[in-house]
Design a binder for this molecule. Sequence first.
Ligand code: NAD
Length: 270
Amino acid sequence: MKRLEGRVAIVSGGGSGIGRATAVALAREGAAVMVTDIDVAGGEETHGLIQAAGGHAGFREQDVVSEDRWIEVVADVMDAHGRLDILVNNAGIGTGMLVTDMPLDFWNRQLAINLTGVFLGCKHAIPAIRKGGRGGAIINISSVAGLEGAAGLAGYCATKGGVRLFTKALAKECAMARDGIRVNSVHPGIIDTPIWTKIDQGGLQQISEGVGVAQPGANALSPDLIAATGAPLGYAGQPEDIAEGIVFLASDASRYMTGSELVIDGGWTA
Ligand code: NAD
C-alpha cells in the first residue's frame, strides 16, 4: 500500500542531494511531485528519474527567493492537479565564513535562500493546501546547525535556527486555524551530497577545524571524514536516510506531529 497515493507535493531544490532523494521517495509512495530548482539540468534529471520509475512528476525552474515565482509555481500545481498536500522546503546553500570576515551581501544571500525562501514557500502554499480542505504537511529542512552553534558557520546556523523556530510558530498558527496542516522541521547531520563541494573553501577549512579534522586538504574535507569526527555512527548519512524521515512526516503516520523537529544525524547531537 503506497503511503501518499493521490497526494500532490512540491519539493524545492529537488535537483540534487536530499531534495532529489525526497522527490523520488514521495513519488515512489504515490504522490505527484512538482520538482523545482534553480538548477535546470539537475531538476530535469530528477524529473526524468521519477518518470522512468513510473511516477508522476513535473519540473519548474525556480529561484526560491522570488515571491512572484512561488505564486506561479503554486498556481501551476493547482491548475494541473487542483490540489496541493505537501510542501518540502529543501532548497538551501551551505555557507561558511567567520563573522568578522563576512561581507553583508554574503550574509544577506544565505538568509534569502535558506530562510526567506522557506517563508515564501509556506506563505503561498498554505492558502492552496487550505482550498483542498483535507489538511496537509509542510516539511522545512533545517540542520543540526539549527540546533547547535558551530564556529565558521554562524550565518548558516542563523538561517537554520530561524527555520526551526519559524516552523514551530507556523505550526501553532495552522493549528489555531484548525486547517489540518502540520508543519515540522527535519535536522540532518552530515549527509553525503554535492553541497560539500559547493561551500567556499575558506569556510570549509573553518568547518573542518571546528570539528577537529587535523589538516584540511581536499580529502580531509569529505563528508565521511567530517562525520567520523562528530557523528557517533562514524560515517556520513545518505540523502535517502533523510528522505525516509520526510516521507514519514508527509504521511498520515505522523498525524499527531506538528511543530516537531526530526533529527537524523547519526547521533551527532546525542
Ligand atoms: P545540494 O547542494 O545537493 O542540493 C541543494 C539544491 O538546492 C541544489 O539542487 C541547488 O541548485 C538548490 N538551490 C540552491 N539555491 C537555490 C535557490 N535560490 N532556489 C532554488 N533552488 C536552489 O544540498 P543538500 O545537501 O541536498 O541540501 C539540501 C538541504 O539540506 C539544504 O537546505 C541544506 O542546508 C540541508 N542540509 C544538508 C546537510 C548535508 O550534510 N548535506 C546537512 C544539514 C542540512
